[in-house]
Design a protein around this ligand. Structure first.
Ligand SMILES: Nc1ncnc2c1ncn2[C@@H]1O[C@H](COP(=O)(O)OP(=O)(O)OP(=O)(O)O)[C@@H](O)[C@H]1O
Length: 262
C-alpha cells in the first residue's frame, strides 16, 4: 500500500537529512505507529506519502503509484484516497460539525443526496450523533478530534494518516480516539500514525517503526514504544489482514475497553 525505497529527504542544502535512506513497506490493512524523538522525521514521512514533499532521492509508492512520476494534476486524486488527522484538529471554526464533515465531500463534488446520507452515518460511527449542529468551540477536545476523524474518513479513503492525533488530549480521551482509529482500521483502512504517546503505543501493540535522526532503527510487529529486551520479536511478514492475530485482538481490546471506560 505504501512503500519507501531508499528515501532520503534533505530540506536545505547542507542540512542533515530529515529522512535518511529509509526503506519500509506498509501493507494494505495494517496499523503502524511511527515513533521517534522530535525531529526524527515522522512528519516528513507523512508529507512524502501525501506528496506535499518530494524525496531528494529514492522512491515513494502509494497504492501502486510511483509518486515521482505522478503528474501534478493527479496529486488531488492521490490525496482523495488519503485521510489525514492532525494534533490540532484543524476544523473550520464557523462551520457546524455537520458542515465540517460535509465540506470534505463537497470539495470533491459529491452530490447533495450522498452527503445527506453519508455525513450522519459517519458522525454516528465516530460517536457524535446528536451533535451535528454544534460548532467546534462547543465541543471537547476529544469530540473535536472525532469530527476531524469523521472528516478524514467520510470519503472512506483506503489510507488514514494521523500525525500526533492524541497530542492535545488526556489519556482517557486518547484511548477513546485510539479505539475509533482501531475500528476504522478494522474496516480495511491502512492506518499510519506518528506519535510520542508511549502509553497508547504500549497498549495497542501494533507494528512500530522507530526513526532516529531520519533512519529506521526498529521495525517491530506488536511493538512497544521503547524496545525492551523481552520484545525482540523480529518483524517477519506482517499479516495484512487486520484483527487476524488472536493474541493481539485480546490484548488490545482488553486494554482499550477497560481504560477507555466506554
Ligand atoms: N519544511 C521544512 N523545512 C526545513 N526543515 C524541515 C522542514 N520540516 C521539517 N524539517 C526538519 O526536518 C527534520 C525532521 O522533522 P519532522 O517534522 O519530520 O520530525 P518529527 O519526527 O515529525 O518531529 P516532531 O515529533 O517534533 O513532530 C527536523 O530537523 C526538522 O527541523
Amino acid at each position: 500500500m505504501i512503500r519507501f525505497e531508499n528515501v532520503t529527504k534533505v530540506y536545505a542544502r547542507g542540512a542533515r537529512p530529515a529522512v535518511d535512506d529509509v526503506s519500509m513497506e506498509v501493507r494494505r490493512g495494517e496499523f503502524v505507529f511511527l515513533v521517534g524523538a522530535s525531529g526524527s522525521g515522522k512528519s516528513t514521512c507523512l508529507h512524502l506519502i501525501l506528496r506535499e514533499e518530494r524525496p531528494t532521492s529514492g522512491k515513494v509508492f502509494v497504492a501502486g503509484r510511483d509518486l515521482r512520476s505522478l503528474s501534478s494534476w493527479k496529486v488531488p486524486n492521490l490525496r482523495r484516497g488519503i485521510g489525514v488527522v492532525f494534533q490540532d484538529f484543524r476544523l473550520l471554526p464557523n462551520k457546524t460539525v455537520f458542515e465540517n464533515v460535509a465540506f470534505a465531500l463537497q470539495v470533491i463534488g459529491k452530490p447533495r443526496h450522498t452527503i445527506a446520507i453519508t455525513v450522519p452515518e459517519t458522525l454516528e460511527m465516530v460517536g457524535l450523533a446528536g451533535k451535528e449542529k454544534r460548532r467546534p468551540h462547543e465541543l471537547s477536545g476529544g469530540e473535536q478530534q472525532r469530527v476531524a476523524i469523521a472528516r478524514a474518513f467520510v470519503n472512506r479513503p483506503p489510507i488514514l494518516l494521523a500525525d500526533e492525533p492524541t497530542g492535545n488530549l488526556d489519556p482517557t480521551t486518547s484511548l477513546g480516539i485510539m479505539r475509533l482509529l482501531d475500528r476504522i482500521n478494522r474496516t480495511g483502512t491502512t492506518v499510519v500514525m506518528a506519535t510520542h504517546d508511549d502509553d497508547i503505543v504500549n497498549q495497542m501493540r501494533k507494528r512500530v517503526i522507530e526513526l532516529d535522526t531520519g533512519r529506521v532503527v526498529r521495525d517491530q510487529a506488536h511493538g512497544s514504544y521503547v524496545r525492551s529486551d523481552e520484545e525482540t520479536e523480529p518483524l517477519t511478514n506482517p499479516d495484512p489482514a487486520p484483527m487476524s492475530a488472536p493474541t493481539t485482538v485480546v490484548r488490545r481490546s482488553a486494554h482499550v475497553d477497560a481504560a477507555a471506560g466506554e
